[in-house]
Design a protein around this ligand. Structure first.
Ligand code: NAG
Ligand code: NAG
Ligand code: NAG
Ligand code: NAG
Length: 185
């Protein structure tokens, strides 16, 4: 092997190593398909208070599936008062585990005041600590906003983390969540 060719190969392999080891990239975790790399799936609690949004005829929220990531979302309503929900005053949660340094969470937001009641009241936890929230009162408009970044954090310690979205809070207002997907780096 000539010295020049050897040098080129050395450069090439060094560059490849750098690309593989250091270039960060984003992975999307769909609400229904989960993490395409690890197979990790969202867990929804209580399970009977979550619906597969695009398939849910009993749900009042009907956003346009073609505007949702992979055309899917999960729908849940928190009801403080008894009589409507089988589990009143229980905030509903969606949880996912990922290995990364950044996380971005996307929802659809309903703005109508009735059917659906688009009140939004979410709290976020990472590794069992509250790290943020997203609240928005309905405006009364019969419209949805898509691809809304409700939580982002690009300063996580490298490694495994557990993210939990909490919809509603005990003795709070009725609230709706339409979870579309999360993305991590
Ligand atoms: C991942 O996506 C977020 C949100 O769009 C963006 O700000 C960030 O730069 C992306 N990171 C990488 C490594 O592409
Ligand atoms: C949703 O509905 C589609 C067709 O309408 C069906 O193929 C799919 O299995 C359903 N998904 C779930 C999670 O129920
Ligand atoms: C987590 O991700 C980092 C960076 O990609 C990787 O070096 C590490 O091996 C991963 N940990 C596990 C247990 O997969
Ligand atoms: C419920 O919503 C009303 C109107 O937006 C607000 O004034 C009130 O503080 C909320 N209550 C709770 C417990 O969040």
């Amino acid at each position: 092997m000539s010295l020049a060719l050897g040098a080129i190969l050395l450069l090439f392999s060094a560059r490849c190593t750098v690309l593989v080891a250091a270039t960060p990239f984003n992975i999307s975790i769909d609400d229904s398909m989960g993490d395409p790399f690890t197979g990790e799936q969202w867990s929804y609690y209580p399970p009977n208070l979550w619906n597969v949004g695009q398939n849910c005829s009993g749900c009042t929220a009907h956003p346009d599936p073609s505007d949702a990531y992979l055309n899917t979302w999960h729908d849940s309503t928190f009801y403080p008062q008894p009589g409507i929900s089988p589990e009143p005053n229980v905030p509903t949660t969606a949880t996912i585990t990922f290995n990364g340094t950044a996380l971005y969470v996307y929802c659809m937001i309903a703005h109508s005041s009735v059917s659906p009641d688009g009140n939004t009241d979410m709290t976020f936890m990472i590794d069992n600590e509250i790290v943020g929230g997203y609240a928005e009162a309905p405006t009364g408009q019969m419209s949805y906003d898509y691809n809304i970044l409700v939580y982002s954090n690009d300063a996580l310690v490298p490694g495994f983390h557990t993210f939990t979205l909490i919809n509603g809070h005990v003795n709070g207002n009725k609230s709706l969540v339409l979870l579309d997907y999360a993305m991590y780096t």
